[in-house]
Design a protein around this ligand. Structure first.
Ligand code: NAP
Ligand code: GDD
Length: 322
């Protein structure tokens, strides 16, 4: 039985990844950090409680990573823990760097010292591309990286040090460069979940308006369940690789609003109002990923489309209103 250890196990991706790994026969463990609201913190993985082993720890505290790795002895490590909100990274740039950059370094150092044979997945991000787009309007593994947020910069450090540790010390570390992925378990302050919840609030008469930021940016949105399957395939590939995972289709935030509101029988223009507080000091205007390399190397294809992803979210969120 292979052992997989997940930092950020109680996050959106951590929960789907855990389900997939358990269904494939892996033994799963993970790091959970201390929270003052412990009763809510693990809601995404409470249904898996009996099948997993969790350890208290924090990426900022290397000793906690060391203890967990010594106790669990993993074959695979998925480093998913992060301050993952881009706009909030402008409010908390140093904390974001501490967790996302030096936290990742802590994980790689711990692996080097304690379990150098383990295979490591680093949760890299399309946000690292920033303002850079190839002439054909796609970003891919070879596209230059010019991040435009403290979050993007912090992830670029982790991506780079992962590659450096792979070369320098022969560690098996792969970067999954994942484009935006969502699900019914998405945090409610990310745009898809915010729009779905906002439109449902309007449909059920709880409010009449939804305050939004920039509607003109484009994102390539996939489903977390599909993308976490790609993570497992990446670590089971014979060699460590850096791989883009995306749907290959970009949609604007305006289009997102239109699809969700229309599905619920509403007109978004009647309800969406712009509030500057949701704008970023610097916006990333366009993301569209070319995942040809990953699809071929890993035999991976997404099952969900933009529309079926949103319907899945609407249907799950709506249960709370019925
Ligand atoms: P998420 O839902 O925000 O989950 C992040 C996880 O990290 C949570 O379990 C969180 O715990 C944990 N965490 C945060 N700070 C920590 C710390 N200092 N020490 C230990 N754990 C900590 O994010 P996600 O959507 O699942 O994304 C997973 C990873 O993929 C992240 O690294 C993200 O940056 C990256 N990524 C995401 C996307 C996307 O579109 N979803 C795309 C590309 C890359 P608490 O819940 O207790 O805070
Ligand atoms: N969150 C949010 N809230 N975003 C809004 C809003 C709003 O009210 N109004 C417009 N937007 C726009 C943002 O300006 C951005 O252009 C787009 O919606 C998507 O925002 P988010 O859903 O917050 O995601 P993100 O693209 O910034 O970051 C996500 O994807 C990255 C991969 O590209 C996160 O999951 C990151 O962790 C991930 O690495």
């Amino acid at each position: 039985m292979k052992k997989a250890f997940i930092t950020g196990i109680n996050g959106q991706d951590g929960s789907y990844l855990t389900e997939h790994l358990i269904s494939m026969g892996y033994e799963v463990g993970g790091l959970v950090r201390r929270s003052s609201v412990a009763e809510n913190q693990t809601y995404r993985i409470n249904h898996l409680e009996k099948d997993i082993k969790t350890f208290y720890g924090d990426l900022i505290d290397k000793s906690s990573i060391d203890k967990a790795l010594r106790a669990f002895k993993p074959d695979y490590i998925f480093n998913l823990a992060a301050q993952s909100h881009v706009r909030l990274s402008f409010d908390m740039p140093a904390f974001t760097a501490q967790v996302n950059s030096f936290g990742a370094l802590n994980v790689f150092e711990s692996v080097k010292e304690i379990c150098p044979e383990a295979r490591v997945y680093q949760a890299s991000s399309s946000e690292m591309f920033g303002s850079s787009v190839d002439p054909d309007n796609f970003q891919r593994e070879t596209t230059a990286m010019h991040p435009v947020s403290p979050y993007g910069c912090s992830k670029l450090y982790a991506y780079s040090i992962a590659r450096n540790y792979r070369k320098s010390y022969g560690l098996f570390i792969s970067n999954g460069i994942l484009f935006n992925h969502e699900s019914p378990r998405r945090g409610k302050n990310f745009v898809t979940a915010k729009v779905v919840q906002g439109a449902l609030d309007i449909k059920y008469g709880r409010t009449d308006k939804l305050e939004m930021g920039n509607l003109e940016s484009f994102r390539d949105w996939g489903h977390s369940s599909d993308y976490t399957k790609a993570m497992i395939k990446l670590l089971n590939h014979s060699e460590p690789e850096d791989i883009v995972i995306s749907t290959g289709k970009a949609h604007s935030v305006k289009e997102l609003c239109k699809v969700v509101f229309n599905y619920l029988g509403l007109e978004y223009k009647d309800h969406v109002v712009i509030n500057k507080k949701y704008f970023r000091p610097e916006e990333l205007p366009y993301l569209q990923g070319d995942s040809k390399k990953g699809r071929e190397l890993l035999s991976w294809e997404p099952e969900y489309t933009f529309k079926t992803l949103l319907i899945d979210m609407i249907n799950e969120f709506e249960k709370e209103y019925l």
